[in-house]
Design a binder for this molecule. Structure first.
Ligand SMILES: [Ca+2]
Ligand SMILES: [Ca+2]
Ligand SMILES: [Ca+2]
Length: 312
């Protein structure tokens, strides 16, 4: 390919020079594109027929995946003629600057990969700046991103996870902490967020009287030997005025397999028993999200902890 023209960027002549001669770093050429719009690309092949694929790295992970192809198997069958192709920027494309790569291949069929080596063809890297698209959710943020610590001192950093707008799945990032410490100039902390829907299976009345109960993974909460997994629930029940077992607190099992249940006591200012009475015994239930079913459970208590099986 010897010519490229898309929106505001025109490369009059793509020279077969440099090292390697087939790679062209045009990342300083920035296309201004709007999400949801269709643009016409014009290209000219040099000396031979060829195929062309174009990708935009919408999620900026430096991997060009199939869902990032904006032009696939475009054919320019005659050399030195201008060919026109439509490129549509998806309306869901994320706003901001992204790498845009064009690959061509000659004599041996269409382009199949953004990184593979071909006998004949070239590779052009551009920048595409998209406006009007979606803003990617920043699911991880830190309250402090720079600062000074005295030698031997420490600094606490609070990380916030925000799953709003995220699809179910696993999200991973690495936090990199750089400092002038000569021994550990960079410390990397891997961070994982699992997003899943799990609705609390029991209704709970929240009152001012709270009793915290830790159900650690080491206690191996299980249903018929099947350990609870993230998204399952642990609930603690009291007996109401009519003699029914009613949920007084529930917690989802977290990614580490732990659950911290907040058990609520009866609000003495409201009529009826809407929580645990003092010294009322905890009755336990486990809920499996994958089975969609709850089970009565028995519990053992850490003898080191106060109150044991009773609300206080
Ligand atoms: Ca990508
Ligand atoms: Ca292709
Ligand atoms: Ca009450």
């Amino acid at each position: 390919m010897i010519h490229w023209g898309l929106e505001n960027v025109v490369v009059e002549e793509i020279l077969c020079s440099g090292d390697p001669s087939w790679y062209h770093d045009y990342t300083d050429m920035d296309h201004n594109l709007e999400s949801g719009q269709t643009y016409t690309l014009n290209v000219i092949g040099g000396g031979y027929e060829g195929y062309l694929d174009v990708w935009i790295d919408f999620n900026d992970d430096l991997e060009l995946t199939d869902d990032e192809i904006v032009l696939d198997d475009a054919n320019f069958p005659i050399a030195y003629d201008v060919f026109y192709f439509d490129i549509t920027i998806p309306s869901s494309a994320s706003t901001g600057s992204h790498l845009m790569r064009a690959r061509t291949r000659s004599y041996s069929g269409p382009v199949t990969d953004p990184c593979e080596t071909y006998d004949y063809g070239n590779c052009l890297d551009f920048t595409a700046t998209i406006s009007g698209g979606s803003t990617p959710t920043e699911w991880l943020s830190a309250d402090i991103t720079s600062g000074m610590i005295e030698p031997g001192g420490s600094q606490e950093i609070t990380l916030t996870f925000d799953a709003e707008g995220l699809e179910n799945g696993t999200y991973e990032k690495t936090i990199s902490i750089s400092s002038n410490d000569p021994e550990n100039p960079t410390v990397e902390v891997p961070v994982t967020l699992n997003v899943m829907e799990s609705t609390q299976p029991w209704e709970v009345t929240v009152t001012d009287k709270v009793h915290f109960i830790n159900v650690p993974a080491s206690a191996n909460p299980n249903i018929y030997g099947e350990p609870l997994v993230t998204g399952d629930w642990v609930g603690v029940f009291y007996v109401d005025d009519e003699g029914y077992e009613t949920c007084g607190g529930a917690a989802m099992v977290d990614a580490s397999g732990n659950a911290t249940v907040m058990a609520y006591g009866d609000d003495l200012t409201t009529p009826g028993k809407d929580g645990f009475a003092d010294n009322e015994i905890f009755r336990w239930k486990l809920y499996s999200t994958s089975w969609g079913e709850g089970f009565t459970a028995s519990a053992t208590y850490d003898p080191e902890m106060p109150n044991q099986a009773l609300f206080a």
